[in-house]
Design a protein around this ligand. Structure first.
Ligand code: GLC
Ligand code: CA
Length: 541
């Protein structure tokens, strides 16, 4: 266990919404530099930045038109290098997003490719003969609609697993691979500390005549042949000794061992299975039991060999304090303790450490995310009322997590002096950095304590994981066993609960280290009662 990232805590920055330094309403690189002291105070070790490259922003930066330049609204290369140098001086590592499954349709390669069948860049992408009535196959894209967009001029269609403005690169083409590998080296030569690999499990596709049976995404999920590309990437990352975390949906917990063990392609991967939902559409929440089973399976399957990336929020999902918690300080803290002490490298998404909540959408004009908008239009076409469509489309929208970071109680939460690109959550007067850093009982201070404990105690990095009360629908409880033993007990529900502990636990002598309810004098007994959203950390004496 001697990799720095195994004892580290990461922080995900969504640059557009973090801090705006020049009043144009959009967060930027200078803004991030200004907030480095804040990140240090929280106690994190590295930051992951969502894409900052040049982009027409059809998918907020995940449609790159120049891999080696910075989007003008975020700054420029000199400012990026200043950010990198300042972070390094402060002992903070910097991870960038690597988006190589697709480019923007404005990328010069695609602009060329589109010119015709004979263009030398044509084969950088996937093209097949097609007509409106006769597309190459019936595969569906993640953002809705066919994976094929027709180019009438050439009588062919090109392939995209996301939006039509995000054509997929043809990894089978060696020239493409060489361009990508060279670009990766270019960034690593600048001294960055690693990458989060976007949508990496989709770079290989099944043959176009592959027939979908049950899983609509099967034709581009961790498809055979991907391994040789991953080995190439591994080689480069190894050479530079950088940290890598893959967004690898479709890589099962069993297969993830191969991806993340000491000889794995990557250091760790984000699983995309834990958002198990329950409830009626429009009012769905996370089903704790489903969530817990997924997490426990990953903990177990990766075991001592593989390595987990731990997260509950990111820029693609709603706020956990709304979909699992009840939007209180207490539930934010309970959820924090529940996941932050698992085995793996935890990531905190900006604002999560404040207990930020979902945005109360009143009109569709407040929505930016393209997938939410197209969902809304589809619902209207299905004759849903505007009110109903808004509710259904925004319930799980990515925009909940993308509202600006709440820095203080001044206008626009101190995020910008201009007009923010996305509305600020109206609860910023109460939930903000200034208020919470000053309040010793805040969510923020609880995160800070958890981070500190996690890093002080080697057991959290190296210890084994053992789930307790496996089938309990409200309680997430587990042991971490290493040099020391810790017991994490959380009631992730609004119910009062009593839990009967196994003898091997209650017979021994446990001391309370941390609770999200200062008033509680919880001692460990055979039967333990838990108030709604109670969370306790015990250590074995
Ligand atoms: C990943 C990103 C998401 C993006 C998609 C396409 O899933 O997290 O934000 O839309 O890839 O690049
Ligand atoms: Ca700005």
């Amino acid at each position: 266990m001697n990799n720095w990232w195994q004892n580290a805590v990461g922080y995900q920055i969504y640059p557009r919404s973090f801090y705006d330094s020049n009043g144009d309403g959009i967060g930027d690189i200078k803004g991030i530099i200004t907030k480095i002291p804040y990140l240090k105070k929280l106690g994190i070790d590295f930051i992951w930045l969502n894409p900052i490259y040049k982009s027409p922003n059809v998918d907020n930066g995940y449609d790159i038109s120049d891999y080696k330049d910075i989007a003008a609204e975020y700054g420029n290369m000199a400012e990026f290098q200043e950010l990198l140098a300042t972070c390094h001086k402060e002992n903070l590592k910097v991870i960038l997003d690597l988006v190589v499954n697709h480019t923007s349709d404005q990328h010069p390669w695609f602009v060329q490719a589109r010119k015709g069948k004979d263009n030398p860049y044509r084969n950088y992408y996937h093209w097949q003969d097609a007509t409106e009535q006769n597309l190459p196959n019936n595969w569906q894209s993640f953002f809705g609609g066919s994976t094929w967009s027709l180019d009438e001029a050439s009588g062919q269609a090109y392939f995209h697993v996301f939006a039509p403005e995000q054509p997929d690169l043809n990894w089978k083409n060696e020239a493409v691979r060489n361009e990508i590998y060279q670009m990766i080296r270019w960034w690593l030569d600048l001294g960055i500390d690693g990458f989060r690999l976007d949508a990496i499990s989709h770079i290989q596709k099944e043959p176009w005549n592959f027939k979908i049976k049950d899983n609509p995404w099967a034709p581009f999920m961790n498809v055979a042949g991907i391994d040789s590309y991953m080995k190439d990437l591994q080689q480069i990352f190894k050479e530079y000794k950088v940290m890598t975390v893959g967004e690898a949906s479709g890589v099962s917990s069993k297969k993830a061992v191969n991806w993340t063990d000491s000889d794995g392609y990557l250091d760790m991967i984000f699983e995309l299975e834990h958002n198990v939902r329950k409830g009626i559409p429009g009012e769905e929440r996370i089903d704790l039991l489903g969530f817990k089973k997924v997490i426990a399976r990953w903990q177990k399957d990766l075991g001592e060999k593989g390595w987990n990336a731990l997260y509950i929020e990111n820029h693609d999902n709603p706020r956990f304090n709304s979909i699992l918690g009840n939007e209180t300080k207490k539930s934010a803290k309970a959820v924090a303790m529940m996941y932050l002490l698992l085995r793996g490298t935890p990531f905190i998404y900006q604002g999560q450490e404040l207990g930020m909540t979902n945005y109360p959408f009143q009109t569709i004009a407040e929505v930016d995310a393209k997938d939410t908008l197209s969902f809304y239009r589809r619902l209207l076409a299905e004759k849903k009322s505007k009110k109903e469509a808004l509710k259904l489309a925004t319930a799980w929208s990515r925009d909940h997590a993308r509202t600006p970071m709440q820095w203080d109680d001044s206008e626009h939460a101190g995020f910008t002096t201009g007009r923010p690109w996305l509305e600020v959550n109206p609860n910023y007067k109460k939930i903000n950095v200034i208020a919470e850093t000053e309040d010793t009982d805040s969510v923020w201070n609880f995160y800070r304590k958890l981070i500190r404990i996690r890093k002080q105690e080697k057991t959290f990095a190296t210890g084994a994981f053992e789930l307790i009360a496996q089938n309990d629908p409200d309680i997430f409880a587990y042991l971490r066993k290493g040099e020391k033993q810790f017991l994490i007990l959380t009631n992730i529900s609004e119910k009062k609960r009593t839990l009967t502990l196994p003898k091997k636990i209650w017979q021994r002598n446990w001391r309370l280290c941390l609770a999200n309810n200062e008033a509680s004098q919880q001692a460990l007994d055979k039967k333990i009662s838990l108030a709604p959203y109670d969370a306790f950390l015990f250590v074995l004496e």
